[in-house]
Design a protein. Structure first.
Length: 114
């Protein structure tokens, strides 16, 4: 069983940066694949970035070159560094951990607006 708590969301101007954090409880954190999803109003939840336990990553085309997913296994924390933010990045961002089943955080709001 894993519990996930996101933090770091907020209001930022276009071109700005934010770093989201996802703190996990439970054991064997390093064996989980981690991901960030987002859901904008009226849209389906979509995958933003995924980090497999072996270290490989995958990103949505819309965020490639701007977002970076990472993890600190000693701190049991996942991160999403978001640079050069655009209004289209406005959404609730969810942390996800997967090992045999999916675990989700409660979400954190990111708003990109001038």
């Amino acid at each position: 069983q894993v519990q996930l708590v996101e933090s770091g969301g907020g209001l930022v101007q276009p071109g700005g940066s934010l770093r989201l954090s996802c703190a996990a409880s439970g054991s064997a954190f390093s064996t989980y694949a981690l991901a960030w999803y987002r859901q904008a109003p009226g849209k389906q939840r979509e995958l933003v970035a995924k980090l497999f336990s072996g270290g490989s990553t995958t990103y949505a085309d819309s965020v490639k070159g701007r977002f970076t997913i990472s993890r600190d296994n000693a701190k049991r924390t996942a991160y999403l560094q978001m640079n050069n933010l655009e209004p289209e990045d406005t959404a609730v961002y969810y942390c996800n951990a997967y090992r045999a089943q999916n675990y989700w955080g409660q979400g954190t709001q990111v708003t990109v607006s001038s």
